[in-house]
Design a protein around this ligand. Structure first.
Ligand code: AKB
Length: 319
């Protein structure tokens, strides 16, 4: 039986991935960890450790204490927060990740999963259907850490035979835990504001198009890659995974089908420059070929589900 440690479990993806992983492997076999003291309620049904990924002895002790054989490392500063504190982004995203890799190597763990991001791309990268293999010259510190992370992950595979996997998440849209510090966060905030106030001021321009994904597809992509036969993979840490792409104006139109009185205005800030350096869409044919990636949601089915789930939450007074 697997013993999995999810670091950064209290965040947007971690809190939902934990539920999915616990439903497969059992609550007690999935240890969650995060730097924060107050964890989302959803993590309370299994073991939790307060943990700073940059503290190698602490990570080592948790891995030993729980006999961990697999680490999912989601601890990271995202693009917008990373620009405010670039050295901290490096410290958490790279030094923290190296701690995980070194411990996995030393204790001969079975698998490490760490996500990358569309932030690995930059203005010199082709913007439409961005290929798997292409120019990686990001302009954000977050992007720089993600390119480095992909290279380091592959290095540990080839040099030490460690099983390290990861994929390039696009913007992730969800309704359980809010994202924090990303450039794509507008695509989550917009739903909360549409339901609560019927209006939203977007921090990106109306025609900014970005690759996005609904959380159920994000969980599926993560688990499908983790479960794939390692010997069949030709790539390890850097899979493009596409699902849908839209502009802020297109998302507002999709929401208006359910909330006709919804209005949107635009007041771009420093995140516009980050978004402008990222692709419109990605070519994920390699992920489809190597491990059968196939997303389920599009902008309309996602919007229907988001509005149903968030309306229920709003009516219960949960936001
Ligand atoms: C961000 O906006 O920084 C993240 C990402 C695309 O990795 N959501």
């Amino acid at each position: 039986m697997k013993k999995i440690l999810i670091i950064g479990a209290a965040g947007q993806i971690g809190s939902e991935l934990t539920v999915a992983v616990r439903s497969i492997y059992g609550k007690d076999n999935v240890v969650t960890a995060d730097i924060c003291q107050n964890v989302p309620e959803v993590l309370n049904d299994g073991p939790y450790e307060q943990l700073n990924v940059t503290d190698a002895p602490q990570v080592f002790n948790v891995v030993k204490k729980h006999n961990i054989d697999t680490i999912i490392n989601l601890a990271a500063l995202l693009s917008a927060t990373g620009e405010k504190n670039p050295l901290k982004a490096w410290e958490v995203n790279i030094n923290g990740y190296i701690n995980v890799l070194e411990i996995a190597k030393e204790l001969k763990l079975e698998q490490v999963f760490v996500p990358s991001s569309i932030a690995v791309f930059g203005p010199e990268t082709p913007v439409d259907m961005t290929p798997q293999e292409t120019v990686l010259k990001p302009r954000t510190m977050y992007g720089i850490t993600k390119v480095t992370g992909e290279l380091i992950g592959d290095y540990y595979v080839r040099k030490y035979g460690l099983d390290v996997r990861g994929l390039r998440y696009p913007g992730i849209i969800s309704n359980a835990t809010l994202p924090g510090g990303g450039t794509t966060d507008y695509a989550v905030e917009i739903y909360y504001e549409a339901i609560k106030n019927k209006k939203y001021t977007c921090f990106l321009k109306e025609d900014t198009k970005l690759p996005m994904m609904y959380m159920p597809d994000c969980i599926k992509a993560t688990l499908d890659l983790m479960h794939a036969d390692f010997s069949k993979l030709k790539h390890y840490s850097d899979f493009n995974v596409g699902s849908m792409s839209f502009t802020a104006a297109e998302l507002a139109e999709a929401i208006k089908k359910y909330i006709p009185e919804f209005t949107i205005s635009y007041n771009p800030d420093f995140r516009q420059q980050i978004a402008d350096s990222w692709p419109n869409s990605v070519d994920d044919s390699i992920a489809r070929k190597e491990w059968g990636w196939n997303p389920s949601y599009n902008i309309d089915s996602m919007t229907k589900d988001m509005i149903e789930k968030l309306t229920e939450k709003f009516e219960k007074g949960l936001f």
